[in-house]
Ligand binder design. Structure first.
Ligand SMILES: [Zn+2]
Length: 100
């Protein structure tokens, strides 16, 4: 795993209290919408393997009329450069950060 991603994940896993609130405020969509994205990708990735772009993510964002550039740059910043990376790099840490 490239160094920059590892560092971001560590930071994310260490979020707590006030930091977590600020993190939620910085989200490009609601917490529920982002969790829906994970569910959507889980289902779609069982049907078809990743072609290493964000095609399913983009479909979801279009269907839900979310802010595509904003969400995609947020995903990139957090290590999600394609659909499988969103599930591999972001989802586990998301639940680490939010599951009490
Ligand atoms: Zn991929």
């Amino acid at each position: 795993m490239p160094l920059i991603k590892k560092r971001q994940l560590e930071v994310w896993a260490q979020l707590s209290g006030e930091e977590r609130e600020r993190f939620i405020e910085s989200l490009p969509a609601t917490k529920d919408e982002i969790e829906d994205l994970f569910d959507y990708l889980d289902v779609r990735m069982q049907e078809e393997s990743c072609v290493h772009n964000l095609r399913f993510t983009m479909q979801f964002l279009m269907e839900r009329r979310l802010d595509m550039p904003k969400v995609m740059s947020w995903l990139n910043e957090n290590g999600g450069y394609c659909d499988c990376e969103v599930l591999q790099n972001i989802e586990p840490n998301w639940f680490l950060a939010f599951d009490e």
